[in-house]
Write a protein that binds this ligand. Structure first.
Ligand code: AMP
Length: 530
């Protein structure tokens, strides 16, 4: 069997499970995995884990559960309750990739998917169900699913499920399970309602906490964009186009990606070159010299090719593709924000890569902010601004008389505005026209709001806290000085609410409504995009 002792073996995992971990590419266990896996494998008691997304908590419960399930049991052996359909899909994918060759049938069950597909799975026999509470209840009521012989019930992101109003459903589901099951509850926060739920439905239990990550502050501002795969290239152009003196390193995965991006940038007249492992030392040196001397301001590279590259003044490091592991991320972004200069690290992810990025964020213990991709209008405004300030500078420093003569000729009897407009068009072609730019489907904006440029906010107060529209507007006016006409899309539910404000105002709301006391839970946040 495999002979890697990378920290997983010591946790009591079998060779079969170790193989699956190896195939998945995990190199060493995370903190929560180290703490929880042995407990689930050895103990017979219940468990509460306080852990956020990105800590590796899914694998922490999935691995020991998979190892302990029987093949061909002929009944559902484990259920995992999750708050959203996205999570149901992701957790079931994680289970499937971690079960390796073990013959277990894992199926997600969530609202919005056709009953037919779910019934087909259920008829075939499922070992692990990952489900949202509502749809699970539907199946239990229709008697298309029974969960009275399970070994494990997992409540994942329990605090989130409670704030979405799933308490009754969860209680209903648990009451239909066998009492000798083991219950594992995971939650990022531990409000009183979670303790009550645990008291009611869990037996003897242990509580495991992971250390909260501390922020590191340095000169690198870390942001990420969530976009469609096909929009990566245009997003890169928008960043370059809206940076005054872009001088950056763009990381991608393969040599062919390097060639592809470099040649597309050249096609669009950017000063870019690609660097990859297959280049001769002479060519490599030539390219690096050109980059150092700023003859080119964009260098595309793979991790391997960028090894040993030591340049201090980079404005940007762009993760065009996510790095393989957190160490590579740290290594990549460490190339900007050096020598006392501020820099920005930008990471592109597709929605499927969200959890991977959260893992990196947790591991590196830094803050990576979600941002919106610059709009086409931002790019055009930026270019116009640049043109006018360059023109101003030229006028101030005096233009040679040759040009002044020619300009008099051009103006002649023409309308001066028309002449300048024609000159701009002649010089910049279609660069200042919106139609010349490819549209990007910004998942940040489309997800959080249906109104362009607005942020959808989540407030942890609802009807049961006596909140109504008027109260909400009053609160925003009083605490954040935001007038009611700036607020839209208000929805008030029992335990929480949503509303939209502009990007700028969303920052003010976050700052003013949340307590400065770090131990207090924030009451307002951006509505989750996942
Ligand atoms: P989670 O916290 O469960 O949402 O996991 C976040 C991401 O980290 C997922 O993409 C996992 O596949 C990944 N992950 C979990 N454990 C490890 C590990 N030990 N090494 C590397 N990646 C991991």
């Amino acid at each position: 069997m495999i002979n890697i002792s990378n920290g997983f073996k010591e946790l009591g995992l079998s060779d079969e499970t170790l193989h699956a971990i190896h195939a998945k590419g995990f190199e060493k266990p995370t903190e929560i995995q180290k703490k929880i896996i042995p407990l689930i494998l050895e103990n017979k008691i219940d468990l509460i884990g306080q852990a956020q997304t990105g800590t590796g908590k899914t694998a922490a419960f999935a691995l020991p559960i998979i190892q302990q399930l029987e093949t061909r049991a002929g009944h559902i052996q484990a259920i995992v309750l999750v708050p959203t359909r996205e999570l149901a899909i992701q957790v079931s994918e994680e289970f499937n990739s971690l079960r390796g060759h073990k013959s277990l049938h894992v199926a997600p069950i969530y609202g919005g998917q056709s009953y037919d597909i779910q019934l087909r799975h259920l008829k075939k026999g499922v070992d692990v169900i990952i489900g949202t509470p509502g749809r699970m209840i539907d199946h239990l009521n229709r008697k298309t699913m029974s969960i009275d012989k399970i070994s494990f019930a997992v409540l994942d992101e329990a605090d989130e499920m409670l704030s979405m109003g799933f308490l009754e459903d969860i209680e209903d589901i648990l009451s239909k399970t066998n009492p000798n099951r083991r219950t594992l509850l995971f939650s990022a926060t531990m409000p009183e309602r979670i303790s009550q739920l645990a008291k009611k439905y869990m037996g003897e239990r242990e509580i495991i906490r992971t250390v909260k990550s501390g922020k590191t502050t340095d000169l690198t501002d870390q942001i990420y964009f969530e976009l469609k795969e096909s929009d990566r290239f245009n997003a890169l152009c928008r960043i370059i186009d809206t940076t005054a003196e872009f001088y950056g390193l763009v990381f991608c995965r393969t040599r062919s990606d390097v060639d592809f991006i470099a040649s597309k940038l050249l096609d669009r007249d950017y000063d870019a070159e690609g660097l990859h492992g297959d280049l001769s030392q002479t060519v490599r040196e030539k390219i690096l010299t050109r980059f150092r001397n700023k003859k080119i301001n964009i260098l595309i590279a793979t991790d391997v090719a960028a090894r040993g590259l030591d340049i201090d003044e980079l404005t940007h490091v762009i993760n065009y593709a996510l790095p393989q592991d957190p160490e590579a991320y740290v290594h990549r972004i460490g190339r900007t924000g050096r020598a006392g200069k501020e820099g920005t690290a930008v990471t592109f992810i597709t929605p499927e890569e969200h959890r991977k990025l959260m893992f990196i964020k947790n591991f590196t213990r830094t803050e990576i902010r979600k941002e919106r991709i610059p709009h086409i209008k931002d790019v055009i405004d930026f270019k116009k601004e640049k043109i006018s300030s360059e023109l101003k500078e030229m006028i101030e420093s005096g233009v040679s008389s040759n040009y002044v003569e020619f300009s008099k000729e051009l103006l002649g009897n023409n309308d001066p505005e028309a002449v300048v407009a024609a000159l701009i068009k002649h010089t910049y072609q279609n660069e200042l026209e919106e139609e010349s730019y490819v549209k990007i489907y910004d998942l940040f904006e489309t997800k959080v709001s249906n109104e362009g440029g607005k942020s959808r906010m989540f407030l942890a107060l609802g009807k049961r806290d006596d909140l109504n529209v008027k109260e909400l507007l009053n609160m925003l006016q009083k605490k954040a000085n935001i007038s009611p006409d700036k607020v839209s899309g208000i929805q008030i539910f029992d335990a929480y609410s949503f509303f939209n404000v502009s990007q700028k105002e969303s920052e003010i709301v976050l700052e003013k409504l949340n307590s400065r006391d770090r131990n207090k839970r924030p009451i307002v946040g951006r509505a989750k995009g996942r």
